[in-house]
Design a protein around this ligand. Structure first.
Ligand code: SF4
Length: 461
């Protein structure tokens, strides 16, 4: 990722939940720590003990927010958040705790509802009062309403799912039970694992690994999984799955397995495919770190051109991609990468990255490589051109952002200053992921959005 997305709404978050025979605070902490790449603006943990929910959340990284903090309990959930939606205030940090006549619950959400204004207006007409601008509160209010109407919490969730449009992987804490809910399209990932001591849910398998849980399976699209003394599965709502391709290309950690597919293998396959589809005469393959590394290794394997570390990343620098303020992003690029002159000077370089959004960062990188003596720079991008906004939780919201929306590949190549530019084909991407096309969301590439208006129940509650 050239780390240059400039959207103004959107969430890329992570959830974690665990129930154990032992105290769970440390496990939630380490689970969230493993998921920190999905959100760095705020972090929160809710646990259940002595018949009440304990909550701590704040703006900042996991290690900062939970310094000298401990919450008791053998069941709990956690959340890390990136969002500019509704501002960065702590009031929008999660988990949210909802108190109502039937008790209380905590909820954490990864994803993005696309019918937020309609649902909010509908609920307000029915008397709901909102204290945040977050779409997660809409989900919570709907669950409350439907719980009170049906008399059963899980039935309430099931019923609420009929009104929700968009992506949502949820972790809910209801007394000492942890409940996982995945939207019927399975857009964002959610996995379930267990150990001898208990069971956990997480946005990615890397968090299960971090707390010694063995992956059991993905939470199925439309499933409600209730982890108590036993684990019970309920079917909430059925739709055709549409897993986000961008999780594989960029967003998830390469050591995670999503929908039974290894993210690392997909990225390596993408590099190999790219080498086959768009070869280049070059001396060295260089990755834009970290996002381009695995695809660059694949390109090197596919092309037999040696891989070299031509760009060094400051490891203590956050991803500019998930910096919500433009000025931070601009400065971020400058302090983040530095070329290694001995690997670059006098060489023909294949520069591999996962995607180009606006093209500003890759242009700077190419300029930098030339300043360090690169003879030629051939850019290879492992994701096909991004042309359309994402409404399902990745921060790409307007058509204006995309360089590929208005320009041909040749023109983009010229604009970024590359000697040549090529992207993996859509067919190549689908093959590299290995899931059927019908099971993938490819909307930001081809404009075919998987959630159709007519699927939604927007009648009165
Ligand atoms: S539009 Fe793109 S980024 Fe958004 S969910 Fe679909 S594939 Fe993922």
């Amino acid at each position: 990722m050239n780390n240059d997305v400039g959207g103004d709404i959107g969430e890329k978050c992570a959830v974690f939940g665990i129930r154990s025979s032992e105290e769970v605070f440390d496990s939630i902490y380490y689970g969230l720590y493993a998921l920190q790449h999905r959100g760095q603006e705020s972090a929160g943990i809710a646990t259940f003990s002595n018949d009440k929910i304990n909550l701590h959340k704040d703006l900042g990284l996991v290690s900062h927010v939970f310094k000298n903090v401990h919450l008791d309990g053998k069941a709990g959930i956690g959340h890390v958040r990136y969002s500019t939606c509704g501002g960065l205030g702590v009031e929008n940090s999660q988990p949210f705790v909802i108190n109502y006549s039937e008790g209380s619950f905590a909820i954490a959400h990864n994803g993005n509802l696309t019918n937020t204004p309609e649902m909010r207006a509908l609920l307000e007409r029915k008397g709901s009062v909102f204290t945040t601008t977050s779409d997660t509160e809409i989900i919570a209010q709907l669950i409350v309403r439907e719980h009170l109407r049906t008399g059963d919490f899980v039935e309430g969730i099931k019923s609420a799912m009929n009104y929700l449009k968009g992506s949502y992987s949820l972790a809910i804490l209801k007394q000492d039970k942890v409940i996982a809910v995945r939207d019927p399209w399975g857009i964002r990932p959610l996995v379930y694992g267990k150990s001898e001591k208990g069971a956990a849910i997480a946005s990615e398998t890397c968090a299960l690994d971090a707390v010694g849980m063995k992956l059991v399976r993905d939470v199925k699209p439309g499933e409600i999984l209730v982890i108590g003394d036993t684990v019970e599965s309920f079917t909430g709502r059925k739709e055709e799955p549409a897993h986000c391709m961008f999780e594989y290309v960029y967003f998830a950690r390469p050591d995670s397995i999503i929908n039974e597919v290894s993210v690392y293998e997909v990225r390596r396959n993408l590099g190999r495919t790219l080498a086959k589809e768009s070869p280049a005469e070059a001396d060295i393959v260089v990755a834009v770190p970290d996002s381009g590394i695995t695809a660059a290794i694949g390109f090197s394997q596919g092309s037999k051109i040696p891989y070299g570390e031509g760009l060094m990343k400051n490891r203590y620098h956050g991803r500019t991609f998930i910096m919500p303020i433009q000025k931070d992003r601009e400065n971020g690029v400058k302090v983040k990468l530095n070329p290694i002159r001995s690997e670059i000077a006098g060489k023909r370089i294949v520069l591999v990255d996962d995607s180009i959004v606006r093209g500003t960062t890759i242009r700077r990188i190419i300029k930098m490589l030339r300043e360090y003596g690169a003879k030629e720079v051939h850019v290879r991008i492992s994701c096909p051109p991004i042309r359309c906004p994402c409404f399902y939780g990745i921060d790409m919201q307007t058509y204006e952002e995309f360089i590929a929306q208005k320009k041909t590949v040749k023109d983009i190549g010229k604009e970024i200053g590359a000697d040549s530019l090529a992207y993996t084909s859509l067919e190549g991407l689908i093959k590299a992921i290995g899931l059927p096309k019908e099971k993938l969301c490819l909307a930001c590439l081809n404009g075919e959005y998987p959630i159709k208006e007519e699927q939604m129940k927007l009648s009165e509650l």
